[in-house]
Ligand binder design. Structure first.
Ligand code: UDX
Length: 447
């Protein structure tokens, strides 16, 4: 009989994973402790913006006309325990308040709630990003609390999906990493991922700590790459060089590669910032803090970018104070094709300018609702044109395609001053300059 899969935690990762498992042909039951989320998902709706996710959800959720009926949702742990051969734990591990370490309370409580319901042999698979050493601890907890004892096994299977590409990354992963302690676990996971493996996704088998580390190492590398190019942007600015050309040129070296070399206001989101901090905290506990001191620098280069953008904006409005000035901010999300504003560099810059007395008006194609909730005191406009109306300076802070398609001439007619600061190095400087705008980007010559 085909494997029956449960997915615990239906946030970004879990909702996508559940829908993808149904798409791969499995019977799937998703659980969340928030009943409103379950109701929404059961109606085929997604609580966030993620391209393509609602479509595959509706293709499989039971009760939706024409669906395969393979995907259901519940809030009952008992039902999950009875149903599943393989249980994926997909709850989040945010940064702790006032500390670098990550908050394991959602993971711990998911395991504590699930274990007593494991009355038949099952594989529990952790997907959450956790400090190295967690899997060993949780495996022991499972064996102790599960009625089936050692027949409740654990595996660790980190997730590498990117927001905006979550469905594609889950169905066609560029690698599948599994930390296992038995052949049985490996065999079960090979069965779960048979389709992507047949399509060529590499399947890497490791021990627990290595699997946990792969995830934090990958995110640390990506964060380092972005901060590296942003450090080069700082030097380019000092030396009158052009960081975009520099990135293009070094990117041709295959060993370096051109991806993740976009200089700008830096990285944000729910993963990279908190993951590098949690990694430093964990290394400290292990007595290996020296190995990761460079991540402190990566973090501070990144945070400096936000402050630098604020200073460029201050310069653009006269150099001293933001009082009495109008600032248009294009973009609120931490990246395009997402409605996620967690630790968003764009909103951070908007907030800083607002707190210093500037009159800030924000527009974002998908992030308005979340931005309003997080920063209710900022001004918001319904369109980019309305945001720019009367502005002394326009800040381009999230590189949505919609912003690249704006008409600089039309915007120039409503703006008080034609000054554009491109915080993502993504707009066509020649086109904006031709329309009479002063175009300034980070790490590039001013004229
Ligand atoms: C990241 C990892 O890419 C993913 O593998 C992991 O599973 C979760 O964390 P995500 O947070 O969705 O994914 O965003 P990502 O595309 O990595 O971008 C992160 C941030 O870096 C964004 O704020 C983006 O704007 C910024 N970025 C990215 C740059 O500033 N420059 C770049 O060249 C690339």
């Amino acid at each position: 009989m085909a494997l029956r899969i449960t997915v615990i935690g239906t946030g970004y990762l879990g909702a996508t994973h559940a829908a993808a498992m149904a798409e791969l042909g499995f019977e799937v039951l998703g659980l969340d402790v928030v009943p409103e989320k379950i109701e929404l998902l059961q109606a085929g709706r997604v609580p966030m913006y993620e391209p393509g996710l609602e479509e595959i959800l509706q293709k499989h959720v039971a009760g939706i006309p024409g669906s395969t009926g393979r995907l259901r949702f519940t809030t009952s742990w008992e039902e999950v325990g009875d149903f599943g051969d393989v249980h994926f734990v997909c709850v989040n591990t945010p940064q702790k308040h006032g500390e670098y370490a990550c908050d394991m309370s959602y993971v711990d409580s998911a395991f504590a709630s699930l274990a007593p319901h494991l009355t038949r042999p099952a594989l529990v698979v952790g997907k959450s990003t956790v400090p190295v050493g967690s899997a060993a601890r949780l495996a022991e907890l499972l064996a102790r609390l599960a009625p089936v004892g050692a027949d409740a096994e654990l595996a660790w299977n980190p997730e590498f999906l990117r927001e905006g590409f979550a469905v594609k990354d889950t169905l066609h992963p560029d690698r599948i990493v599994v930390g296992v302690e038995s052949e049985r676990s490996e065999k079960l996971l090979r069965e779960v991922y048979a389709v992507p493996v047949a399509e060529g996704s590499p399947f890497v088998v490791t021990d627990f700590p290595t699997a946990e580390l792969v995830k934090t190492a990958a995110n640390s590398f990506l964060a380092t790459k972005i901060s590296f190019i942003n450090a080069m942007a700082e030097v380019c600015e000092a030396a009158d060089g052009d960081v975009v050309k520099l990135a293009e040129a070094i990117g041709h070296d295959e060993r370096i590669g051109s991806k993740f070399l976009r200089a700008g206001i830096g990285f944000g989101g729910g993963c990279l910032p908190k993951d590098i901090r949690a990694f430093m905290a964990r290394a400290g506990e292990l007595g290996a803090d020296q190995a990761l001191t460079f991540l402190r620098e990566v973090d501070s280069i990144n945070m400096r970018r936000r402050g630098h953008m604020v200073e460029l904006a201050r310069e653009a409005v006269g150099g001293s104070s933001f009082l009495g000035t109008r600032v248009a901010v294009l973009g609120a999300t931490f990246k395009p094709d997402s409605d996620d504003v967690r630790d968003s560099p764009a909103l951070n810059v908007a907030g800083q300018i607002h707190l210093q007395g500037g009159q800030v008006t924000v527009f974002d194609p998908k992030g308005m609702e979340n931005a309003r909730r997080l920063f209710p005191t900022l001004g918001y406009a319904d369109t980019a044109l309305d945001a720019v109306r009367g502005a002394d300076v326009v800040l381009h802070l999230t590189e949505w395609r919609e912003f690249r398609e704006l008409d600089p001439e039309a915007l120039g007619e409503v703006a008080a001053h034609r000054i554009l600061l491109d915080g993502r190095n993504a707009l066509d400087s020649a086109v904006w300059r031709a329309a009479g705008w002063t175009y300034r980007a980070m790490g590039r010559p001013t004229a």
